[in-house]
Ligand binder design. Structure first.
Ligand SMILES: N[C@@H](CCC(=O)N[C@@H](CS)C(=O)NCC(=O)O)C(=O)O
Length: 213
């Protein structure tokens, strides 16, 4: 398999965690968001959306980190990344989607670039936007996850929900959001970082560490 990756892409970070949890290796092809490689004709041929990550599975190319992770989970079932029972599986997906659909897209690079470019917002306004949508998303997650004291989001093994949460918290720190109001999310993140798969997938562990995105 070939993995089109970028160290600080939180969507790619999700897939890196899943690959590590599954013990799968693949050739990594770096796509720098810093110099706009995601919009090059070569990468747009691989993934017409110009978004990272993509996975060339050998059967075809997949975009969308959650689709990629579910593909890996179905093709390599151990260890499972979703709970076994239907309600628990759906709840786990719901938590993951809260991050992937309701928080992340609003704060994506192309959105921030549009705010500061086309709409001429200053850095301070951009950061207010970023923090606003993070808080809108993290507050409910803290509330929902405080209802249990399991080690991870959905029980005592890491799942898709943790795989989405941890990169989002990394982004929140990078954009200097105070995470003190989210003790349960911090505790889950700490539990995840005890696992080698999460540590090895961290942006700081990737070969190319850009100065900013
Ligand atoms: N829903 C997509 C989101 C992918 C995405 O937004 N990737 C970001 C990096 S985290 C990206 O490639 N951004 C490039 C840009 O905004 O130009 C997924 O989960 O894979």
């Amino acid at each position: 398999m070939k993995f089109y990756d970028y160290g600080r892409s939180s969507a790619a970070y999700r897939v890196r965690i899943a690959l590590r949890l599954k013990g799968l290796s693949c050739e990594t092809i770096p796509i720098s968001l810093l110099d706009g490689t995601q919009n090059s004709a070569g990468y747009r041929y691989v993934n017409p959306t110009g978004l990272v990550p993509s996975l060339d599975t050998g059967h075809g190319i997949l975009g969308q980190s959650l689709a990629i992770i579910e593909y890996l989970d179905e093709s390599h079932p151990e260890p499972p990344l979703l709970p076994a029972m239907p309600f628990a599986r759906a709840r786990c997906r719901a938590l993951a989607l809260q991050v992937a659909c309701d928080i992340h897209p609003l704060n994506n690079l192309r959105v921030l670039n549009y705010l500061t470019g086309e709409l001429e917002m200053g850095e301070e306004q951009k950061n207010r936007w970023y923090h606003h949508w993070l808080k809108q998303g993290l507050g409910p997650l803290e509330q929902q996850l405080s209802g249990n004291d399991s080690r991870y989001c959905c029980g005592d093994t890491p799942t898709l929900a943790d795989i989405c949460l941890v990169p989002q918290l990394y982004n929140a720190r990078r954009f200097k959001l105070d995470l003190a109001p989210y003790p349960r999310l911090n505790a889950i993140e700490q539990a995840c970082h005890q696992l080698e798969a999460f540590r090895l997938a961290h942006p700081d562990q990737q070969r190319q560490i850009p100065s900013k995105t």
